[in-house]
Design a protein. Structure first.
Length: 127
């Protein structure tokens, strides 16, 4: 399974990468530091799932998700964020995200979120 992790913070990307490897989800991870880089990477390669932060420089996750879904509606995006604002959650869902995971719950919810997203089920963990 190929997974793209999109977050502007290296420490977050590294932590998610560690969880993906530790929970035997995948060893094939790719990274982007903002929405523009995510779009560029998804133009060149297909991913089984894209884990997308919301707040990033250059292009936020909401608009990046919209553009990624526009270029290929088969993409599967799940948001990873600290934001609990219902408006952000709604915008990500309207943009095409199938899931929404709070970063402080990710260690316990990542595998289930990925499984549900891959099976086209909506998955929104807000505590």
């Amino acid at each position: 399974m190929n997974i793209l992790i999109v977050d502007d913070k290296l420490m977050i990307r590294d932590g998610i990468k560690y969880l993906l490897h530790d929970q035997n989800i995948t060893n094939n991870t790719y990274e982007a530091c903002d929405g523009l880089q995510a779009i560029e990477i998804t133009n060149k390669r297909n991913f089984d799932i894209i884990l997308m932060d919301i707040s990033m420089p250059n292009l936020d996750g909401i608009n990046a998700t919209k553009q990624i879904m526009k270029q290929n509606s088969n993409n599967k995006v799940s948001a990873i964020s600290m934001h609990t604002d219902r408006n952000d959650i709604k915008k990500m869902h309207q943009g095409g995200a199938k899931g929404y995971i709070l970063k402080d719950t990710i260690a316990n919810t990542l595998k289930n979120a990925i499984d549900k997203t891959l099976s086209e089920e909506d998955f929104f963990i807000l505590k």
